[in-house]
Design a protein. Structure first.
Length: 289
């Protein structure tokens, strides 16, 4: 059986055709542009490939309630040209197959639990720090959903005492995404993240914000593993800084062997599937009956 998979991110779309064994047979990457430009390219990629179902891991907010008449419609996304775009309906109409939809970070958490860095635990959190910040949770075989899907990138965090940057989020200003996503790094410091690799102050402030968020997620969700991906997390010097800050902020309050100096390196980790966590997760979503 051939299946389609889309990881729809803020910067790029990853399109893939795979099978029900989880193998990717063909893949293409296109930039995320206006939907009138991007979606025809998506449809052109899949047409004639013989896919029977399509899994979409999309940036949000997006309607993921399959009983909703607006299933697959983008909501108040920071990518304002996509607001209210009926993405799911356009895909179903254009390809004539069932489209199964979740968030890009939820499906990444799912694939890391199936094939990646969380195969040995029952619960995990996947966080992407890139063009935006989002987090998905996979608990005992299900992604976390409720009123909608989690929007963990838009929580408020305490300000670093040396940071006066106002934030980039068009809805909340200095929420986590507004002050710690890739565009925030560039606008605060005047350079892209990879050009700031040797500036310790940059990563000290970045780790301070990300560690606050992780601490909150640990208190609220208690995941057995936290996986951090996205373009910003390619700066590997962030991982030890984040781990150190998390332990200091928890201050021993949560008792777990994972949350110790000995084990924290195995608790907050990079994706086992590297850059394919999202698209593999979308493929796994398509594998669901």
């Amino acid at each position: 059986m051939k299946l389609g998979a889309i990881e729809a991110g803020g910067t790029k779309f990853v399109l893939a055709v795979g099978n029900d064994q989880g193998e990717i047979l063909e893949k293409e990457v296109i930039p995320t542009e206006h939907p009138d430009i991007t979606v025809p390219k998506v449809l052109a990629f899949f047409k004639g490939k013989g896919i029977e179902r399509l899994g979409l891991g999309g940036f949000g907010p997006i309607d993921i309630n399959e009983t909703s008449p607006a299933y697959g419609q983008l909501q108040k996304t920071p990518k304002t040209e996509w607001v209210d775009y009926p993405f799911g309906a356009k895909l179903k109409e254009g390809l004539g197959v069932r489209v199964i939809i979740d968030t890009d970070v939820n499906v990444a958490a799912m694939s890391e639990a199936k094939w990646g860095s969380a195969t040995d635990v029952d619960t995990c959190l996947y966080i992407t720090v890139g063009t935006g910040i989002g987090a998905g949770a996979y608990f005992h075989g299900q992604t976390l959903k409720g009123l909608s899907h989690p929007e963990m990138g838009h929580i408020k965090v305490r300000r670093h005492q040396e940071d006066t940057y106002e934030g980039t989020c068009p809805y909340h200003g200095d929420c986590l995404e507004g002050i710690a996503a890739g565009p925030s790094l560039e606008k605060r410091w005047g350079k892209k993240g990879h050009e700031l690799a040797d500036d310790d102050k940059v990563w000290e402030i970045e780790a301070f914000y990300l560690a606050q968020a992780l601490t909150s997620y640990i208190y609220i969700l208690s995941p057995e593993r936290i996986i951090m991906g996205g373009g910003v997390m390619k700066q590997q010097q962030l991982f030890p800084l984040i781990r150190k800050n998390v332990l200091e902020m928890l201050n021993g309050y949560v008792s777990s062997p994972y949350l110790t100096e000995k084990e924290i390196d195995n608790y907050i980790v990079s994706p086992g599937l590297t850059d394919e966590a999202g698209v593999k997760g979308a493929l796994y979503l398509a594998m669901q009956e």
